[in-house]
Design a protein around this ligand. Structure first.
Ligand code: FES
Ligand code: FES
Length: 184
């Protein structure tokens, strides 16, 4: 006789691929995607800053498009391909060019907004590989930095664009020298 899987009443199965790994979880219909990612998948780099679609700390890529994951229900993403901040660096720890640019340009202070900023800049630079400073500022207007580090975040985005276009080395020479000297 075929075995039936018992499921608590009212729960729905959601299957997704996150950073290349497949997951299947039972969720309540009211569960927001950001909590699904943090609490059920266990990837806590996607942050909750406001829960009301204001701050952008919860931004991730859903089927290649940057979205605020506090505005979406987990049950709406069944079958989706998701990329979170944990999917940006390479398995050997080599940073993504956007992360490298944040490091070099001092684009973060407490770092709370940084995952959302990186994902939003990824989308921005795919849509417009050579943005002006004004276009970067406009593209980031849905992401808030409570440390008000906007100047360096914008510098980081512009530097990331140059790196991705091959106009700037992945690692700036002064950073390489600092590392070689063991100064971090
Ligand atoms: Fe989603 Fe602030 S937590 S926009
Ligand atoms: Fe602290 Fe942006 S670096 S919130």
């Amino acid at each position: 006789m075929a075995q039936t899987q018992t499921r608590e009443p009212g729960l729905h199965t959601v299957s997704v691929t996150v950073n290349g790994t497949h997951y299947s979880r039972e969720v309540e219909p009211r569960q927001l995607l950001v909590y699904f990612i943090r609490e059920q998948i266990g990837l806590t780099g996607t942050h909750v800053g406001c829960d009301t679609s204001q701050c952008g700390a919860c931004t991730l890529l859903l089927n290649g498009v940057a979205v605020k994951s506090c505005t979406i229900l987990a049950v709406q993403v069944d079958g989706a391909d998701i990329k979170t901040i944990e999917g940006y660096a390479e398995p050997n720890g080599k940073l993504h060019p956007i992360q490298q640019a944040f490091w070099e340009e001092h684009g973060l202070q407490c770092g709370f907004c940084t995952p959302g900023m990186v994902v939003t800049i990824d989308q921005l630079l795919r849509d417009n590989p050579n943005p002006s400073e004004a276009e970067v500022r406009k593209g980031l207007d849905g992401n808030l930095c409570r440390c008000t580090g906007y100047q360096n975040i914008v510098k980081s985005a512009l530097s990331a664009g140059r790196k991705l276009r091959g106009e700037e080395p992945f690692e700036k020479p002064d950073t390489a020298m600092t590392e070689a000297a063991g100064v971090h």
